[in-house]
Ligand binder design. Structure first.
Ligand SMILES: [Zn+2]
Length: 300
């Protein structure tokens, strides 16, 4: 019932290379420059087609659905995805022109949003199948975003690229990530300002997927529970699993330990939690940061 059929892409983000440099923040340019390096590497093993549908409901304020906001936002989400999957996965994002609805905003009725988006997109010539769908509405639902299977419904914060990438993570089956450090927990779910499934803030340059989430989306296979020298997780898909713990090395020389398992929360399920940040010489649960990337590991 939720399946919708839409047309191929008129507007590919990849075609927007000459986007107005003058108004682009420095961090966006940095991400773009990094992507130039990526473009010299082999094509991604897997490409996911994403259709973004901005919808103006009757008398709605569509200012933040304008291409000058949405084009760089989704390009940055695609860059984030390519970077965090080490170039193994690509998001091929198509954004439809603004879809004008004669109907009033149906509030948080996702089914009505979906059926109207489907009708409008079809009428605009988008009728082929995509792997993920994003429906961005003008205001009228108090909820921020909702992701149901491969469908992302954006109701507010639709100009926040960090939130968009976070929701895309949900659309790939990821749950929230938490932290054992109470002071870091916002709303009892979000754990730290590094893991994208922990937070919702802008500037994707400083956000990542941890080793567990990389494994969940299929771009990392953990090493068995034994001593190993790891490359930084920001650069390579290296991690050790000593179930239920995961260890990953970071560029700053620390080793982070995550615990796999459901965590209670009022903002949606979390299925992993950061337990420790180990400086050289420190250990947690059988995992020790021995320095220079060497991690010694014993089953806890
Ligand atoms: Zn979430």
């Amino acid at each position: 019932m939720l399946a919708i059929v839409l047309v191929p892409a008129a507007l590919l983000l990849a075609d927007l290379g000459g986007f107005a440099n003058a108004q682009t923040p420095a961090e966006v340019r940095a991400i773009r420059d990094r992507r130039k390096t990526d473009e010299q590497s082999p094509p991604a093993a897997k490409t996911f087609r994403v259709l973004v549908m901005p919808i103006r409901w009757k008398d709605g304020d569509a200012s933040y659905l304008a291409p000058r906001y949405q084009d760089p936002l989704w390009r940055n989400v695609a860059d984030f995805w390519r970077r965090e999957t080490y170039g193994q996965q690509a998001l091929d994002v198509t954004i439809t022109p603004l879809l004008e609805s004669a109907k009033p905003m149906p509030g948080c009725n996702h089914a009505q949003v979906l059926s109207e988006a489907q009708a409008l997109a079809r009428a605009a010539g988008y009728a082929s199948n995509y792997d993920r769908y994003v429906m961005l509405s003008t205001p009228g639902c108090g909820m921020q975003w909702a992701t149901i299977g491969p469908m992302i419904f954006g109701y507010t914060y639709v100009s926040n690229e960090g939130k968009a990438a976070h929701e895309m993570g949900h659309a790939f089956g990821l749950q929230h990530s938490s932290s054992s450090v109470a002071a870091e927990n916002l709303y009892g779910v979000y754990g730290n300002a590094w893991e994208i499934m922990s937070g919702i803030w802008p500037d994707l340059r400083s956000w990542h997927f941890n080793a567990y989430d990389k494994w969940r989306i299929g771009v990392l296979t953990p090493l068995p529970c034994a001593d190993a020298t790891l490359r930084p997780i920001e650069q390579a898909p290296d991690a050790i699993e000593c179930a239920p713990l995961w260890a990953e090395r970071h560029e700053d020389g620390t080793v982070w330990v995550w615990k796999r398992g459901a965590t209670k929360s009022s903002y949606g399920a979390a299925d992993n939690m950061r337990m420790a940040i180990l400086k050289p010489g420190e250990s947690y649960g059988g995992i020790r940061n021995a320095g220079d990337g060497l991690v010694t590991a014993r089953q806890p």
